[in-house]
Design a protein around this ligand. Structure first.
Ligand code: FES
Length: 371
């Protein structure tokens, strides 16, 4: 676009209207309303001082070139819609949108590729949309090179600009090229659904049944080592720690990862120093205490025990918890104690839980208080 010293109505390089005092003075609204769109388009160009330098009208309607381009564009848009619908199918199977149905998630890898598959399908869909638009613009739209001088907008300008826009839509051939129109509708539907899918996460209450606040621990559930063997009070040395799991099916699998618990046998001097949290004085059994292994900062497994200082250490961000002070945090970013599991022994002398944890294990969240 260039600007030149010209006056309204004197189109550069083209013949303007014969007489004018401004387009609104030259033409009444009734005259404008009676003109066909092409005439308005042409007049608008003249009064806008638009000089068309080059016009490539695009492929001949109905020609083999046009038909081939229409098929290419339609196929691209249809594939974009299919990729978007595939995204929807995969997403719906996440269990967030339809809580009663979801893809079977196994440890063999589906859960690992779920998010990459979603990303790949969305990326493929949007890429195909872009490719389709580029193909449509390059192969089917008329191409025009024009220059224009700028002047103030008026009613005349508004009417003629509207005609120009409608003319652009008309020359796009969308109304005539049904295959592209249908593929656009199909693609738009798929893309719309794809973009709506993430709202599914807002529909389901993730804490229905309090899955974030409960673990498989319950009254009478034995404490098992990772190899499945139960534990008696005399099995551990003073000052030692054993990671234990609930004696339920899959108790030591990733599905019950929040149940991992540290069973600690205190040394005699630690027993004297032991100050359980208020209301939890009887949660231990003899010189044993059991605390959640899930860090209350960000959920890492607390895995280091320094018995000389009675400290449990979380390797992720160095939070430290004192096992003789109800596992209160004494260093690092964690702000609340590791929950303590109430334990006792059953008739056969093996350690069992007296109940589930009395509060949610792991990182603090909005409703950790369960009782
Ligand atoms: S997760 Fe344990 S300190 Fe951050």
């Amino acid at each position: 676009m260039t600007t030149r010293e010209t006056h309204p109505g004197t189109a550069g390089g083209s013949t303007g209207p014969a007489a004018h005092g401004g387009p609104d003075a030259d033409y009444t609204p009734e005259q404008l309303a009676a003109m066909p769109r092409e005439e308005l388009d042409r007049l608008g160009a003249q009064y806008d001082n638009v000089e068309v330098l080059h016009v490539d009208p695009g492929p001949e309607p109905g020609s083999p070139v046009e038909k081939r381009a229409v098929r290419q564009v339609g196929l691209t848009f249809a594939l974009a819609g299919l990729a978007a619908l595939a995204f929807v199918v995969v997403y719906v199977g996440s269990g967030w949108f339809l809580p009663d149905w979801q893809w079977e998630i196994t440890e063999s890898g589906w859960s690992a590729i779920f998010t990459p598959v979603l990303g790949a399908l969305m990326g493929l869909s949007l890429t195909l949309v872009g490719v389709g638009l580029v193909l449509y613009t390059k192969k089917l739209l008329p191409h025009e090179t024009a220059v224009q001088d700028v002047h103030h907008a008026s009613h005349f300008d508004q009417v003629t600009t509207g005609a120009t826009l409608v003319g652009g839509l008309h020359s796009s051939g969308l109304a005539r090229r049904k295959l592209i129109t249908r593929s656009l509708v199909f693609m738009g539907g798929g893309l719309g659904l794809m973009l709506l899918m993430p709202l599914g996460g807002l529909i389901r209450n993730p804490n229905t049944g309090d899955p974030l606040g409960t673990t498989p621990w319950a009254e009478g559930v034995r404490l098992l080592r990772n190899d499945g063997s139960p534990i008696r009070p005399g099995d551990q040395q003073p000052g030692s720690l054993e990671t234990v799991f609930p004696a339920v099916p899959g108790g030591n699998t990733v599905e019950n990862a929040d149940a991992a618990t540290m069973l600690i046998r205190l040394r005699p001097e630690q027993v004297e120093e032991n100050r359980p949290l208020e209301g939890q004085e009887n949660f231990g059994y003899g010189d044993y205490v059991a605390y959640s292994k899930i860090c209350t900062h960000a959920g890492c497994p607390v895995s280091l025990y320094e018995q000389e200082t009675s400290r449990l250490l979380c390797p992720c961000h160095q939070s430290q918890f004192d096992v003789t002070q109800g596992a209160k945090p004494i260093f690092g970013p964690a702000t609340r104690p590791l929950p303590q599991l109430p334990i006792t022994v059953d008739d056969e002398g093996y350690f069992v839980a007296r109940s589930d944890y009395i509060e949610a294990v792991g990182p603090t969240y909005w409703n950790r208080e369960r009782i």
